[in-house]
Write a protein that binds this ligand. Sequence first.
Ligand code: C5P
Length: 214
Amino acid sequence: LTPKLLADKKILITAGATMEMLDPVRGITNISSGKMGFALAKVATQMGAEVTLVYGHATASRPQVRHAYYAGTAHDMYQSVMQHIADQEVFIGVAAVADYSPLVSSDQKIKKSEQTLTIELKKNKDILADVASLPNPPYCVGFAAETERVLEYARQKRLDKKIPLIVANRANLALGSDNNSVILIDATGDYPLDTADKTTIAAKILTHLKHQLN
Ligand code: C5P
């Protein structure tokens, strides 16, 4: 059914949400379900790619792929991606990686008191931007989930992270949903895709990127 468009291509995909631990039982996370990244991993595998999946917290069920590694925090995800990035031809950063994590993570459960509790956050490293700036980078695809000025922010993100292709979508419609409505943005222009289930969207993204490869 699916043409083997990506036969033997090595593709690393991140998926799901990270959780930045405050203490052993609590963390800061987001509402990513993992569905979009898992759909890309599944369809890329069906298209013949050798997929490596680095996944965080997800409610969706994970597809069978050649290599899968769990990474629960932004730090772990960074390490795992960098460990597996050599020889990859494509990197697709779909994971909703936390931009910040707690400056200190308590070894013991934080006890409540009558005081206000303040959490200090430090900026996390940008996995996608760092992969894109490797000496011989894979073809990099990013996602931009925005609640406003979607196109403008996505275009800027593509330039800031120095990646060839970004997938723009509305965060409130995309995250956790079975469907997605996206616009692909690359150096040649904007390509809006019809609203569809994430498997269909994944096939269209992969077909688009295949045509940009070599
Ligand atoms: O800058 P922003 O977080 O909106 O960018 C989203 C894109 O960057 C997604 O493709 C996401 O997977 C990636 N990203 C990343 N590492 C981070 C933050 C975002 O790879 N620390």
